[in-house]
Design a protein around this ligand. Sequence first.
Ligand code: SAM
Length: 281
Amino acid sequence: MAPLPPLREIIANYQLSARKSLGQNFLLDANLNDKIVSYSGPLHGHDILEIGPGPGGLTRSLVKAGARRVVVVEKDDRFIAPLRELASSMTNIVVVHGDALKTKGVEKRLRPPVRVIANLPFNVATKCLVNWLESEPWPPFWKSLTLMFQEDVARRIVAKPGDSAFGRLSVLSQWRTRARLVMRVPATAFVPQPKVNAAVVRIDHPRALRPDDPSIVELTQVTRWAFGQRRKMLRSSLKKVDSAIDDHLQSIGIDPCARPETLSTDQFCALARTLFRSPIK
Ligand code: SAM
């Protein structure tokens, strides 16, 4: 295989100036892309889903690390020709032109085991994550997610009860998976440089559902109610949901005066079960 042209050359040849509206901050350093990939677990015998490949730096590292197939989904038309050029020299790359939030059935193009690995556009990163965490059926089509976020979002994903960053994203991410922050990436590593630092989170071990698990819809709703007014005591923020909220909370051993960030994920599950199994007043 002929050596690939440097990413900067591709960007210059195709006049790929970065678009802020599409969250375009590129990682052009091959060593850094290799390092991100090294945190994703072994890739041999795995299909990979990558959202937002841009000029393809991370894509190259994924192929180099031995991925069986890499399916990339890119929204920006300008990147499709250079990505197809890359796919013509690395035959296990499949280029899908579309919006990751709207393109249906991409997972059908992937053969298990599947890892999702992406330097996500900051503006749609949380939405992508929540979609993967809410995958139906569960256990999901993916075995692990290795994703780049703004550092403050990454910290919210992995925060533990009692941390000021603990919130809805922490509960959803840690309920039936394990989430770890594996690498910090300074803003200076990107071209152009964003205003904030980034961090890579790895989410894995999606566990099977237990008979007493609430549904994802119920858990999402309860965390919305509770964290919608995170400074308030649970008794106040949940009063509008059920007038007997004190009794419900006490029946599952939660102090009605507690604030939402002090509850464990298991306690949120218990709360969801209690509220959705009794009539809402
Ligand atoms: N992976 C490349 C890298 O690391 O250099 C580019 C990362 S850049 C942060 C985000 C990429 O996602 C851009 O290529 C952008 O065009 C693409 N993108 C933005 N919104 C998208 C969406 N809704 N669906 C798919 N791709 C999207």
